[in-house]
Design a protein around this ligand. Structure first.
Ligand code: ADP
Ligand code: MG
Length: 325
């Protein structure tokens, strides 16, 4: 990309128009951003890349891509209980399409405003369509969430609904029996796939209340397993308690459960906490906190079936097969 077009493109779509923050001393436009970290705060940093044909379809709505690129990164801050502050954007574009860039930056800006996170710099190059965002957030010393401190007898909770994004993906791939889904269901599921809602507000309120937390990007079982491994614990999941949206419930229950357990990209939070704290959080966020099981001292993930019997997920794949049978 020649220098003048790169510069005007950045000016036009990615200068400091999204969110203004007093702690951005130097933002987009110089060689570095210069940022004021608050006294007594630590910085939480995370980065995620979305690659065309790997993470999104080439024809995805660019507004939604802008939303999602920032949302998946905000979700990592949410999982640590960090307060969003700044982000940088590395963009690789095959060519310059103004309509596309306008919509993409609008999606980015809407998500940025919702979470008061400022775009402070980035890089723009020519190449296959790739969006990389690095986010920075603030936490206080000792006051952030980790994966490694789940305690035996903690309740396991998730926010929102599980499996919708995976159902949206299957729908887009033509793998669902569409007859059972209304047009509104189809739209809803695809929207959950393309525009996740990171749970930063809840994540920040979990600090001091949850023992361990993670965001669900790879599927509940896989991500819960990360908490359990890091904490050297096990779990029992109550299948009947998996939070399924009305749209997902239109699918056969074994498929809905399988998507909720193993489908990726929901970007909800999974956390463990004492019953007392879960109670408090449920009152604070009505309808958003779902108790799905509890932490065991012994390792291994089990589930309670519809008859209330405890069964072993011998491996995640085995669990998977179980539900498709
Ligand atoms: P340099 O060549 O010194 O690295 P660049 O020409 O790459 O600088 O970028 C000029 C300015 O524009 C820098 O402040 C950089 O952070 C910012 N910038 C470049 N691309 C983006 C982008 N996609 N989003 C936000 N800021 C960007
Ligand atoms: Mg550069």
């Amino acid at each position: 990309m020649n220098e003048s077009s790169e510069f005007s493109l950045i000016q036009r779509y990615f200068s400091n128009f999204m969110v203004e923050r007093e702690d951005v001393i130097v933002g987009v436009g110089d060689d570095c951003a210069v940022l004021q970290t608050p006294d007594n705060k630590l910085t939480a940093v995370s980065i995620d890349t979305l690659v065309q044909d790997v993470h999104f379809f080439a024809d995805v709505d660019p507004y939604r891509l802008g939303v999602k690129a920032l949302a998946v990164n905000l979700s990592d801050l949410a999982a640590m209980g960090a307060e969003p502050a700044w982000f940088t954007l590395a963009l690789s574009l095959p060519d310059i399409q103004h309509e596309w860039l306008q919509a993409f930056s609008a999606g980015l800006a809407d998500m940025a405003r919702q979470h008061q996170i400022a775009l402070v710099g980035g890089d723009t190059t020519r190449g296959p369509l790739t969006v990389t965002i690095q986010v920075h957030g603030h936490v206080a010393a000792g006051k952030f969430l980790r994966r490694n401190a789940a305690k035996a007898a903690d309740l396991i909770c998730v926010t929102g609904f599980l499996g919708d994004a995976a159902a949206g993906l299957q729908y887009k791939l033509g793998q669902l029996n569409e007859a059972v889904l209304s047009a509104a269901d189809q739209q809803y599921l695809v929207q959950r796939l393309e525009m996740p809602t990171p749970r930063n507000h809840i994540g920040q309120q979990l600090v001091g209340k949850a023992h361990a937390a993670i965001d669900i990007s790879d599927g509940l079982l896989a991500d819960l397993q990360h908490i359990l491994n890091a904490s050297n614990k096990g779990a029992c999941i109550n299948l009947a308690a998996l939070p399924l949206s009305d749209s997902l419930r239109k699918l056969p229950l074994p498929l809905a459960n399988q998507l909720a357990l193993t489908g990726g990209e929901d970007y909800e939070l999974c956390f463990t906490a004492s019953a007392e704290n879960v109670d408090e959080l449920s009152q604070q966020f009505p309808g958003m906190i779902h108790i799905i099981g509890e932490v065991n001292a012994e390792t291994g993930i089990y589930y309670r079936d519809a008859q209330g019997n405890r069964q072993r997920f011998s491996a995640i794949k085995a669990g998977y097969d179980h539900f498709s049978s």
